[in-house]
Design a protein around this ligand. Structure first.
Ligand SMILES: [Zn+2]
Length: 431
C-alpha cells in the first residue's frame, strides 16, 4: 500500500498527463500481475519499472518543495500562513520592485511552488502564463525576481471514433478530452449539425489536434486543426486557418467557406438534451398537438438557452401556452422564439441587442408543457420553418488574396486528417 501512496503523490505533483496515465496503467497491470504471480515475482522487480515513467525530472531542490493550488478566497498571506512560511519573508518579497502587483493577481487554480527550510523561503515560483514563470529567489542581498521562459512544445495528435451511445463516450474511448469534443461541436460544426438531436449511432469523427507539452509533460490540448464528422452518412470537414497578417482566422470548409453561419442549429447546451438517440424524439405531448410548429429539446430545468443568431429582443415575457418566452428578430425577415423557460436572464429587455450564442434564459416547463423542454421556432416572413433543415445561406468564400495560401494549408491538413501520405494526395478523392 505504501508503494501506491508514493506514486499518487508524485502524480499530483506532475499534474495530469497522458504519460502519467500511461504510467498508472502500467502500474495497475503490474499490480494485477503481482497478485496473480506473487509466488515467483518479487515486489521489487515490479515496482522499479512501474516507477520509471513518473520520475520527477527536476534537480533536487535545496529544502522542502511544496506545490500549492490557490483556492477560492486565498491571499498570499493566507497561503503563507497555511503553509507555515515566514510572514517576514512575505513582507520582504512584496518590497521587491514590481512584485506586489504581479503577486496580487493570484486566482483560484493557480499553482505556486515554494522551496523552504523550516518555513524560511528559498524560492517562490508562480506561473504568469503558459510560457512564463515568475521566479523569486533568496540571494545574499535579499530576494530577487526574474521571469523564466518555459517554452511549450506542440505536437499534433490524431484521434478517431465511432459513436455508439454518445459523442462523449466515443471521444473518451478515443482518448479525446471533453473540452476538445466541446470545441468540435460548438466551435466547428455547431452551425451545420444539431448535436442535440441529429447525432446517431454509427456517426463518426476524426480529428487532428494540438497537444501541448512542457518539459516533456503533457499539459493540455491546443487547437483542433482539422476535423471530419460523418453524420447520418453525410461527411462534413473543416480546417483551421489563420492568415499570416492576422486578418483571417477560424474554421473553414476545405473549399474555403467559413463554418460559421447566421444561425446555430441547436440553441441550447446540447450535452444536457436527453433525447439524443430517441428516434421517436418528438415530445409525446406536443406530438398530439396538430399545430405544433417548432422543435422540442427535452432537457433538465435550468439548462442554458442561447440566442441562435445575432439579433434584437422583440418580446420577453409570458404569452399563453408558450409560458415564459423570448422572441428575437434577426434583421430582414427572420425571427426565432424560445418558449417554456423557467426564467430569463434578468438583464434581458425588449430592444436589447443579443449576440449569437449569448445566454438568454433557462429551460423550464412554463405554459402548456408537461415536462421541462425548450420549444424553439424559426420563422421567415412569419412562416414557420424547420430550423433543423432550413437552408442557411452559405458563407462567402475566402478572399482571393488568401486563396492560394489557404488551399495549400487546407490540402495538407486534409491529407493529415485522412491519413493520406502527402506524396499521394491525388488519391484523396477516393475517400
Ligand atoms: Zn414544441
Amino acid at each position: 500500500m505504501q508503494r501506491d501512496t508514493g506514486i499518487v503523490s508524485q502524480i499530483s505533483e506532475n499534474r495530469r498527463g497522458r504519460q502519467i496515465f500511461f504510467g498508472v496503467t502500467l502500474l495497475l497491470f503490474g499490480g494485477v500481475a503481482y497478485v496473480l504471480t506473487h509466488d515467483v515475482v518479487s515486489s521489487d522487480s515490479l515496482s522499479a519499472p512501474a516507477m520509471t515513467p513518473v520520475a520527477l525530472p527536476s534537480p533536487k531542490p535545496l529544502g522542502d518543495k511544496i506545490e500549492f493550488i490557490v483556492r477560492r478566497n486565498d491571499t498570499l498571506e493566507s497561503i503563507f500562513r497555511h503553509l507555515k512560511l515566514s510572514l517576514e519573508d512575505l513582507q520582504h518579497i512584496l518590497q521587491v520592485p514590481g512584485l506586489r502587483q504581479r503577486l496580487s493577481q493570484i486566482k483560484p487554480g493557480d499553482k505556486v511552488t515554494v522551496v523552504h527550510e523550516d518555513g524560511v523561503v528559498q524560492t517562490f515560483m508562480r506561473r504568469l502564463n503558459e510560457t512564463e514563470m515568475l521566479s523569486i529567489i533568496r540571494g545574499d542581498n535579499g530576494f530577487a525576481a526574474q521571469v523564466v521562459k518555459t517554452p511549450i512544445e506542440i505536437q499534433n495528435a490524431h484521434a478517431q471514433g465511432v459513436i455508439g451511445t454518445s459523442l462523449f463516450n466515443a471521444a473518451r474511448a478515443a482518448g479525446v478530452r471533453p473540452d476538445t469534443v466541446m470545441k468540435l461541436a460548438n466551435d466547428i460544426f455547431g452551425w451545420k449539425i444539431d448535436f442535440a438531436l441529429d447525432i446517431r449511432p454509427g456517426d463518426r469523427f476524426s480529428l487532428v489536434y494540438e497537444q501541448k507539452y512542457r518539459e516533456g509533460a503533457y499539459i493540455g490540448d491546443g487547437r483542433i486543426l482539422a476535423a471530419e464528422f460523418v453524420n447520418a452518412g453525410e461527411t462534413h470537414r473543416a480546417v483551421y486557418y489563420a492568415s499570416a497578417d492576422g486578418n483571417i482566422e477560424g474554421y473553414f470548409s476545405p473549399d474555403g467557406r467559413s463554418m460559421r453561419r447566421q444561425f446555430l442549429r441547436a440553441p441550447l447546451d446540447f450535452t444536457r438534451v436527453s433525447s439524443n438517440f430517441n428516434l421517436s424524439r418528438i415530445h409525446p405531448i406536443l406530438n398530439t398537438i396538430q399545430a405544433h410548429k417548432g422543435v422540442d429539446y427535452a432537457a433538465p430545468t435550468g439548462t442554458i438557452i442561447r440566442a441562435s443568431g445575432d439579433g434584437r429582443v422583440n418580446f420577453v415575457g409570458v404569452k399563453g401556452g408558450y409560458g415564459r418566452v423570448v422572441i428575437l428578430e434577426h434583421g430582414g425577415t427572420i425571427s426565432t422564439l424560445y418558449a417554456h423557460m423557467s426564467r430569463f436572464v434578468p438583464s434581458l429587455h425588449r430592444g436589447d441587442r443579443v449576440k449569437q450564442g449569448e445566454t438568454i434564459g433557462y429551460v423550464g416547463a412554463t405554459g402548456a408543457a408537461t415536462g421541462p423542454h425548450l420549444h424553439y421556432e424559426y420563422r421567415v416572413n412569419g412562416t414557420h420553418m424547420n430550423p433543423r433543415t432550413v437552408a442557411l445561406p452559405s458563407a462567402a468564400p475566402i478572399p482571393v488574396a488568401y486563396a492560394t495560401d489557404f488551399q495549400m494549408r487546407s490540402n495538407s491538413l486534409i491529407a493529415e486528417l485522412t491519413g493520406t501520405p502527402s506524396t499521394s494526395v491525388a488519391t484523396l478523392s477516393k475517400n
